[in-house]
Write a protein that binds this ligand. Structure first.
Ligand code: HEC
Ligand code: HEC
Ligand code: HEC
Ligand code: HEC
Length: 498
């Protein structure tokens, strides 16, 4: 298939004005859109209407710039390997950049990490090395999750990196972010701004040392001294609705809005024009990169993009991706083990129901049938799976059982008081035990079953499963198909009182 595949339906269904506005037909991975953008659609449209500046299809616009975009990396250095066919990984990304050296600018939207545990600053350090020092990224936006990190570590690890935050003003001298990044691409000036729109709740007080500017003011700050010919790219930490509200406030208009929003898992294949401005979303976890060409027709910005799903790389022989990045990731994993990070992270949070964990074998006494179903299920062996994975150099070969991100879904009571500590200290809390799904059981056991347990966290049954069986770990998960494999219930003598 070539780019005509996506072009035909466009020509058939859109009116001329939407076609001009949409402008963009985004190809799939195999298409050649990236090297010959906007060919059919813009000529077709302008020929029919005598619209401005008909373009020679053979002649790409002279002012176009080539961008590599992504966002919400969320600490995913590489896919976890829980399912086959996973996407993402920094090693694959750097390999891709090396293969397509013609990107003019490389931009990562923000939320480089997902949490604010002791592990996250260590990941940030590795991400910095990869994106900034090796990948030569031109701009890193700042997301709410980045700001949740301990400020001193965040500042230190990103010192000297091209960090952008246009609407956040900080008092601290070591604040690494700038109001904008400016780059020159073949004589064209490009400004990159980033809008957070909202400070995380914990940082709204005066003692956070942070001030949030209103969008119009932040935009003015980001464009200070820029002439109208300067291309204006803005990263926005918000969803579609927030972006629609925001756009009328930004004058002059941006050339491109890049939405960075963790809820948009798959980036749409084409930019959406809002208020005549192309808007794209980056997707999450570094699974898909956007390859985007940006130019102007008169004063109107035009964008053509291609989504590039990155076949996941893994730090195993033959796992693909840039070898130097893989070494950096392995160094990171080994440091996490040798420094004992996991042990320090355990038992820091209260349990959700205030009771304590007792372990699955205690449940067995009164729920022998449920226990039998459990013992046969893969959930019971989920810790052993990690142990085996760690020993198998073809699958992992690095210290998986010492890496908090892996342990989290493969044990009971991760990080919670009375929860998992280690295989030796808490052997009855290994795997996805009863209490991972029903909550800590001490009060229930002591009351002979009278104090009800229900479902952990009070969520629905399917929400319970997708905490772990999500689009990355379990892309084909369907509750109706998987529940029968672990089905269990009350003993005959435990009928619910009518
Ligand atoms: C705490 C995380 C977690 C939760 C919550 C969870 N699972 Fe799992 N599940 C796992 C892990 C980890 C495995 C893989 C275990 C292994 O292979 O060692 C797994 C495996 C399975 C399997 C076996 C899949 C196979 O390939 O054979 C089924 C079926 C399953 N889960 C169903 C469910 C259902 C249904 C729910 C919700 C009621 C659920 N799980 C909730 C973590 C979880
Ligand atoms: C968000 C929860 C979650 C995290 C985090 C997680 N896993 Fe899993 N893991 C799962 C689930 C769910 C399954 C079962 C998938 C299925 O069969 O649908 C699984 C399955 C596996 C399997 C069995 C796969 C197979 O082919 O049999 C391995 C090995 C594994 N995980 C290793 C890891 C490692 C290593 C990490 C850390 C890099 C990790 N997991 C992190 C939830 C998780
Ligand atoms: C992967 C998650 C998961 C694990 C592990 C798990 N359960 Fe369940 N359990 C469920 C779900 C989901 C239900 C269905 C709840 C419903 O019907 O509302 C359930 C139902 C039950 C019920 C009947 C509830 C009722 O109200 O009738 C009992 C009893 C029970 N589980 C006990 C156990 C015991 C004991 C273990 C460990 C041996 C265990 N479960 C392990 C998810 C799990
Ligand atoms: C001393 C016996 C005993 C032990 C030990 C015990 N249960 Fe129960 N459990 C009961 C009885 C009895 C009922 C039925 C209570 C009723 O319906 O009034 C029950 C009901 C349940 C239910 C369904 C109703 C509810 O409370 O949500 C779940 C789920 C459950 N138990 C899970 C567990 C888990 C998990 C463990 C281990 C931590 C466990 N039980 C240990 C006696 C026990």
């Amino acid at each position: 298939m070539t780019s005509t595949f996506s072009l035909l339906p466009l020509l058939g269904t859109l009116t001329l004005s939407t076609l001009i506005a949409t402008l963009a037909q985004c190809g799939n991975q195999q298409s050649k859109t990236a090297s010959a953008p906007a060919d059919g659609s813009s000529t077709g449209a302008s020929a029919a209407a005598g619209a401005p500046a008909a373009q020679d299809p053979a002649q790409p616009p002279a002012d176009r710039i080539h961008l590599l975009l992504s966002g919400s990396l969320s600490g995913r250095l590489e896919p976890c390997g829980c399912a086959s066919g996973q996407l993402g990984g920094l090693a694959r990304r750097i390999q891709h950049i090396g293969e397509r050296r013609n990107y003019d600018l490389r931009i990562e939207g923000g939320d480089l990490v997902e949490h604010a545990t002791e592990l996250d600053p260590l990941k940030l350090m590795t991400i910095r090395q990869v994106l900034v020092d090796m990948g030569q990224y031109d701009a890193l936006g700042v997301g709410p999750k980045d700001l949740a990190l301990p400020r001193d570590q965040w500042s230190a690890f990103l010192a000297g990196a091209p960090v952008v935050a246009s609407d956040v003003v900080a008092k601290a001298e070591d604040w690494p972010a700038q109001p904008f990044v400016q780059k020159e691409v073949r004589g064209i000036q490009v400004r990159i701004a980033s809008l957070l729109l909202e400070l995380p709740e914990a940082l709204r007080g005066a003692d956070s040392g942070l001030e949030l500017l209103p969008p119009a003011k932040a935009w003015e700050r980001a464009l200070a001294g820029a002439d109208l010919a300067t291309r204006r790219i803005v990263l926005v930490h918000g969803d579609d609705v927030q972006i629609r509200k925001l756009l009328p406030l930004l004058r002059p208009k941006p050339d491109l809005v890049v939405g960075v929003d963790a809820s948009v898992v798959e980036p749409p294949h084409a930019p959406t024009p809002i208020d005549d401005v192309p808007v794209v979303f980056t997707g999450t976890r570094g699974r898909v990169l956007l390859d985007l060409w940006l130019h102007r027709e008169g004063d109107t910005p035009r964008a053509v993009c291609e989504t590039i799903p990155l076949a996941g790389s893994k730090t195993v022989p033959g796992g693909g991706g840039d070898p130097q990045v893989k070494d950096l990731i392995l160094d990171h994993r080994r440091f996490v083990q040798s420094d004992g990070v996991l042990a320090r992270m355990m038992r820091q949070l209260p349990t959700p129901n205030g009771s304590s964990y007792v372990g699955s074998s205690t449940c067995k006494v009164c729920h022998p049938t449920a226990y039998e179903a459990y013992a046969k299920s893969k959930h019971a062996g989920a810790w052993q799976t990690l142990v085996d994975a760690e020993k198998d150099p073809k699958r992992y070969g690095w210290p998986v059982t010492a890496y908090p991100d892996c342990v989290s879904c493969h044990v009971v009571g991760f990080r919670e008081q009375t929860g998992f500590v280690s295989a030796e200290e808490t052997p009855d809390l290994l795997g996805v035990g009863c209490e991972r799904c029903h909550g800590p059981g001490l009060a229930h056991v002591q009351s002979g079953g009278k104090q009800a347990l229900g479902i952990f966290g009070g969520v629905s049954r399917s929400q319970l499963c997708t905490q772990c069986h999500d689009y990355e770990q379990s892309p084909t998960f369907l509750y109706g198909e998987r529940w029968p494999q672990i089905q269990h219930g009350r003993e005959a003598n435990q009928q619910r009182p009518k």
